[in-house]
Design a protein around this ligand. Structure first.
Ligand code: GTP
Ligand code: MG
Length: 138
């Protein structure tokens, strides 16, 4: 079995979509193994988004992620990493497929960063790395 780190980003929490995201995860059959509402820090985000450092959207992304609490969770199940990426949909919410979280619930708000409701780990190595960042000791 496999684990993934999922974040409901500040836009999702602000819009009251935390429950809807959890509902879709549970309806799909994945198990919640950790769940916590918390505000990120620059230290956590520097680790979490290390791969994007230096890109034009990096600073706006960090500011956005600091703009309010996130719902951080660890979910578990066979192939849950690709399963949640599929539930979440493509990065750009404008063109993410209907039926996905981003496609059904997201849109372009004309801001510097894509506010796309959720984060999900993209590979087993990133999942273990990100779980260590957000839930050390888990
Ligand atoms: P995450 O699950 O959040 O990691 O999204 P992702 O894996 O679909 O995208 P990626 O890791 O490539 O980028 C992380 C986040 O940066 C995205 O979710 C967006 O919020 C933002 N982002 C990525 N690419 C762009 C871009 O080209 N322009 C802007 N404005 N934001 C971007
Ligand atoms: Mg990513």
């Amino acid at each position: 079995t496999q684990r993934s780190l999922v974040l409901v980003k500040p836009d999702g929490v602000r819009r009251g979509l935390t429950g809807e995201v959890i509902r879709r995860i549970e309806a799909k059959g994945y198990t919640l193994v950790a769940l916590e509402l918390r505000t990120a820090t620059r230290e956590i985000l520097a680790q979490h988004y290390a791969e994007h450092e230096g890109k034009p959207f990096y600073e706006p992304l960090v500011e956005f992620m600091l703009s309010g609490p996130v719902a951080a969770m660890v979910i578990e199940g066979e192939r849950v990493i690709e399963g949640f990426r599929s539930l979440g949909g493509a990065t750009d919410p404008t063109t993410a497929a209907p039926g996905t979280i981003r496609g059904d619930l997201g849109r372009d708000w004309g801001l510097a960063v894509q506010q796309n409701i959720v984060h999900g780990s993209d590979a087993p190595e990133s999942a273990e790395r990100e779980i260590g960042i957000w839930f050390p000791g888990l």
